[in-house]
Design a protein around this ligand. Structure first.
Ligand SMILES: [Zn+2]
Length: 172
């Protein structure tokens, strides 16, 4: 679909969301991310595994926590993705028949991207989506109150944060 038409449908609330997730999967994943901050002593994060739906949206079906893939990922207090961890991640994807469609990590305060977030996309693929939860994920923040960024390549990103549930829809 041409992007202008998609935009128009988006304004009218008729375009499919880019991301979807069942509410219980999201709530459980976000609660676990908060738990893994150890009461706000460090950041936490997860790869979001899922698949494409026929309408072109992507559905998150599973959180794979960084520290389960690489025990050292949270050790410095800031999420660190080491390339050496990737073979394990691909093994998990293969065993589930899913791909990495987005990632999520928490910040102490706001949900804006840091310079390091912008410089180091977790999956450096155009169209990859990075979500950021503010306030160490306390209060289980929902779309509209989280950062939603799309990697455009070459260090550039588009923010979709203000589109809230039109961009990322939680479903029953
Ligand atoms: Zn960050």
């Amino acid at each position: 679909m041409p992007s202008l038409l998609n935009k128009l449908l988006g304004w009218l609330g008729l375009a499919p969301p880019r991301l979807r997730c069942r509410r219980e999967v999201w709530n459980a994943g976000v609660a676990e991310l908060e738990r893994r901050t150890l009461n706000g002593r460090r950041e936490s994060g997860a790869y979001l595994l899922g698949s494409n739906r026929p309408d072109g949206s992507r559905e998150i079906s599973e959180f794979v926590f960084y520290d389960d893939i690489d025990p050292a990922a949270l050790a410095t207090g800031i999420v660190t993705i080491r390339q050496t961890a990737l073979p394990r991640l691909w093994e998990v994807c293969r065993s589930r028949g899913l791909g990495v469609i987005a990632d999520v990590h928490v910040h102490p305060y706001g949900y804006g991207q840091s310079e390091s977030d912008q410089a180091n996309p977790v999956i450096p693929r155009i169209g990859h989506l990075a979500l950021i939860l503010p306030n160490f994920a306390r209060g289980r923040p929902l779309p509209g109150l989280i950062g939603m960024y799309e990697f455009l390549g070459d260090g550039r990103w588009a923010s979709h944060s203000d589109q809230g549930s039109r961009f990322f829809k939680l479903e029953a």
